[in-house]
Ligand binder design. Structure first.
Ligand code: HEM
Length: 375
């Protein structure tokens, strides 16, 4: 406790890592290797402004000689997102899985052609709840000292694995957190993906398959997971992720919307781009998600008293209330983790909140300032 307070004070004073090192070493009780990994991250890193859209978003070769797939090294971190895992394993993101928001935006734009506004929204909303605002680092998987010393609790800085921040129930290839492991590829989940593709897509994953599989995954969690929850923000990502494999994992020269299952396994399990992979032709986001939603519209909610007790949560934003989504996320989700930030922490959070708001401009929401306006 004393150790983390001391480190935190040093951070707040913006004292450089080299000066802090001996004191940090004696107080923290970390091994030499752990210190070597952590010390470079001690200095405050101000948030960097996000990049704009690609100048040229036409399709191009992505699985190129400069970005070979390499097997994981000991300590490399991966998590629930098959796209980010894959981009790290090809070097579009740092291969150790510790990333900054700007690195993610650049990678998902360059390699997969994710729309700039959508990328900014995804990244800053995820970073604010799962990343470290002081060091500007986030783990693609679990919590790690590599993201630097944590801000005071209740902040978690838990990485993308953190349940019910962005990660949530009804994933296609990862189990619900209730069953133990919410982030590693799960073959039995993938077999549903395969079975539905065979049944509804003649062996390919497409929009019809996505629609039927999403309904199945909802029923599956409803009937097996007593703690099943599907409220904002997870409600939004669940539908988005159903169409992501179609929008992003299909080669940009292929225009039929039919995802090959070997390619799918490459992304979801092996974290590997197919040979000669070209990105989508033109930037794209969650196109198609309303088709998935409209056939089986699911209201936000969860199992209230064990399995099969789904209760609609009328207080949760829905897919059609984006401003409530933004406001609740800031005032509830972020505030719960950072009730009263001060100093550099507040400055950094406010800057990231500004970046988040700028990604919602097309929704015309009223901006909220839970920590004042200084940044
Ligand atoms: C083009 C870019 C991206 C693609 C194609 C993509 C694709 C996907 C897919 C298909 C899933 C669902 C996995 C499953 O259901 O088994 C997923 C999960 C996830 N992604 Fe991504 N993603 C992208 C960008 C991002 C970004 C920018 C972030 C945040 C920084 C992110 C964070 C997550 C998280 C936290 C999950 C876990 C959600 C869950 O299933 O519980 N992704 N992603």
């Amino acid at each position: 406790m004393f150790a983390s307070l001391t480190i935190y004070t040093l951070l707040a004073l913006n004292i450089c890592a080299t000066t802090a090192f001996p004191q940090y070493q004696s107080l923290a009780g970390l091994t030499r290797e752990e210190l070597d990994a952590v010390v470079p991250t001690l200095q405050y890193q101000p948030p960097q402004p996000p990049p704009g859209p690609l100048a040229d978003d036409s399709t191009k070769l992505i699985n190129d000689a400069a970005h070979p797939h390499l097997p994981l090294k000991p300590g490399d971190i991966r998590g629930p997102c098959p796209a980010l895992n894959t981009l790290a394993s090809h070097g579009y993101l740092p291969r150790n899985g510790i990333v900054t928001p700007v690195q993610i935006i650049n990678a998902v734009q360059e390699a997969l052609n994710l729309d700039n506004t959508f990328a900014r929204f995804l990244v800053f909303s995820t970073f604010l709840v799962n990343g470290n605002p002081i060091t500007n680092l986030m783990s693609l998987g679990g919590a790690t000292p590599l993201t630097g010393p944590n801000p005071p609790k209740p902040a978690t800085v838990g990485g993308l694995n953190t349940h019910n921040n962005c990660e949530g129930d009804t994933s296609m290839t990862r189990a619900d957190a209730f069953f133990g492991n919410n982030h590693d590829f799960d073959e039995s989940r993938f077999q549903h993906f395969v079975d539905f593709s065979n049944k509804y897509g003649a062996g390919k994953y497409n929009l019809t398959v996505a629609t039927e599989l999403r309904n199945f995954l909802h029923q599956d969690s409803l009937t097996r997971n007593p703690q099943f929850s599907l409220v904002s923000p997870r409600l939004f990502t669940a539908y988005g992720e159903s169409v992501f494999p179609i929008n992003f994992f299909i080669d940009g020269r292929q225009k039929d919307g039919q995802l090959d299952l070997t390619v799918a396994r490459g992304f979801f399990q092996l974290m590997q781009l197919p040979p000669d992979f070209h990105r989508h032709d033109g930037s794209i986001s969650n196109e198609g998600f309303l088709t998935v939603y409209n056939k089986y519209p699911i209201q936000p909610g969860g199992n209230a008293k064990g399995v099969n007790t789904y209760k609609v949560d009328h207080s949760s934003p829905t897919l059609f209330t984006p401003c409530q989504r933004y406001t609740d996320f800031v005032n509830k989700n972020i505030k719960a983790l950072y009730p009263n930030p001060t100093g550099l922490l507040r400055k950094s959070i406010n800057t990231n909140l500004q970046f988040l708001y700028e990604a919602t401009l097309s929704d015309n929401c009223t901006q909220v300032f839970p920590y004042g306006r200084d940044y």
